[in-house]
Design a protein around this ligand. Structure first.
Ligand code: M8O
Length: 219
């Protein structure tokens, strides 16, 4: 035994946060055991805004991951760190062009869609307009995603292996349904989502399987 104490990673997570969900999928796929510290984004105006959590994540958002003695924020960054430090069950292809395709889908979702329908943005947009707003930006982004997937999808987003792109896609489809986006124009997105819905790593990461999921919503 050395004097390094291996502690389990801790994920600051909220059951319904699509960005926390991406990281939960990646951790599960790589079979990395972790503990969850639930941060309620709604209780008392949001626990993410309290002083203690701002020290963890100055953006006052989830997820944050404490791992290897460090705290890391931003979901894509966390997933790439996991990929670089835990090469088991790779979530990036070997081929450079395919890697670019994975990052492309991830960016379209994580930069081009999700931030526009994020809780802080919807609060700013206001109760009256928020549904139409979210539908507009998700539909616009999914049009691009569907087009990109038509060139690179196999069984999953990029080829026939599960990648970080799939970790981003599935939670965004859930959000689209939450805002009643018409998904019929997006058959490839729907097919990949269906392909993954019963995968154990995806099921275990689902909002309804989370310790902080309200009992009336949990399955
Ligand atoms: O209404 C709530 O329960 C509060 C927050 C969320 O679900 C999460 C988000 O707004 C961001 C997202 O996951 O895209």
């Amino acid at each position: 035994m050395g004097d390094i104490v291996e502690t389990k990673p801790v994920l600051y997570s909220y059951w319904r946060s699509s960005c926390s969900w991406r990281v939960r999928i990646a951790l599960n796929l790589k079979e990395i055991p972790y503990d969850i510290k639930a941060v309620s984004l709604i209780k008392g105006g949001g626990e993410q805004h309290c002083n203690e959590y701002r020290e963890v994540n100055p953006m006052e958002q989830v997820p944050s991951l404490c791992i290897d003695g460090h705290t890391i924020v931003e979901s894509l960054n966390i997933m790439h760190y996991l990929e670089e430090t835990r090469p088991q069950r790779p979530l990036m292809p070997q081929d450079c062009f395919k890697r670019a395709k994975v990052r492309e889908i991830c960016e379209v979702i994580a930069s081009g869609i999700q931030p526009l329908q994020n809780l802080i943005v919807l609060i700013y947009v206001g109760e009256d307009k928020k549904k139409e707003w979210a539908q507009h930006w998700i539909t616009r982004g999914f049009r691009a995603t569907e087009k990109l997937l038509s060139a690179c999808a196999g069984k999953y987003c990029v080829g026939d292996e599960i990648t970080l792109a799939d970790c981003c896609l599935v939670p965004q489809v859930f959000n689209a349904r939450r805002f009643h986006v018409d998904l019929r124009p997006f058959p490839i997105i729907l097919r990949i989502d269906r392909e993954l819905e019963n995968h154990p790593a995806f099921r275990a990461a689902h909002p309804s399987s989370q310790p902080d999921c309200p009992p009336e919503v949990a399955k």
